[in-house]
Design a protein around this ligand. Sequence first.
Ligand code: F6R
Ligand code: MG
Ligand code: MG
Length: 384
Amino acid sequence: MTTITVSAIKADVGGYVGHSDTHPRVREAVESSLTDHADILEGFHVTSAGDDLQLVLTHRQGIDDERIHELAWGAFERGTAVAEDLGLYGAGQDLLSEAFSGNVRGLGPGAAELEFTERPSDPIVVFAMDKTEPGAFNLPMYKVFGDPFNTPGLVIDPSMNEGFSFEIWDIEENRKVFLETPEDAHELLALIGAPSRYVIKRVYPREGNKNDPAEPVASVSTEKLVDVAGEYVGKDDPVAVVRSQSGLPAIGEVLEPFTFPHMVSGWMRGSHVGPMMPVPMEYSQTSRFDGPPRCIAAGFQVTNGNLVGPNDLFDDVAFDRARKQANEQADYLREHGPFEPHRLPLEELEYTTLPEIMDALSEDWQRMDSSEGVPEETTAKPVE
Ligand code: F6R
Ligand code: MG
Ligand code: MG
């Protein structure tokens, strides 16, 4: 049986207005490009979250396929041309390379892809976040696949009883580790509780699950724009694809973590902590203080390779309380102005424009001496 691949590929090719939203004409241009090259696709849908566009593509080419990535790149290029015509903000922002070469990874866009054997009915959720980083998915993914208080299926469904295997990437050291729940839960949390460094890349079923343990059931984009560009060009707002039901967490279990607006890095200037707010697609624009960070959930049935959907899954009054709580948390944090912990710690601001401000002060610093109680050996150092 041939497998189907779902590729969610995202980029910010121009903000309308500022970094708040996308423009409908850019989206139309991207859609028209996909239509023109649809011969290798089974299905496609274009969605948006804040200033990012996501291409949801189904095809038979497997993950990391050059033709699929080139097609996505071409669609973003066509969108960029319209964004430039309209003078949109940061037109072409995430297309960091002059030309496509092999794979969108490392060139600016982010990608989350899953290849799997299609079941008789295959529900998936494509999540897209704006104004945050890939590690923002750590907490919800852990809850979905590792926490029985979120996912009773781990306790009740024999197929899920063995738990799941998590592929964790250390995005600073470029290494990865596989940890399995429930037995490795504490080590897993030791890592993913530091989401700016350790990110959940994929989740796999374990032996005993009626789904193939070799086929991942969740995937998160982990590209790091700052490393690609060498300077800050915005947070690399992530996408994720999650498969659901029939031996996997139910749609309701997949969405449940978002009833808690957890704190993430990003928001204004990629330099603040803010609550993750689940929103219907029509409310994805990030206008208050360039945020707060938010997430949309596009549900699809993958049927004979086609995408039936999207169903706008956060368009449910049951998430109203989370949104209210997120706005209250946002108010509380905003009262701190430029103070930590609303502002990120210094090491996380290394790639922003803050070091320029610090450098400008470097001449003004005066070395302190023993008359001010500083030990002699440290006062001998020259002022840098
Ligand atoms: C956050 C983000 C925005 C910008 C901010 C300043 O990821 O993209 O908050 O950092 O609007 O943008 P510039 O420096 O382009 O004026
Ligand atoms: Mg932007
Ligand atoms: Mg964005």
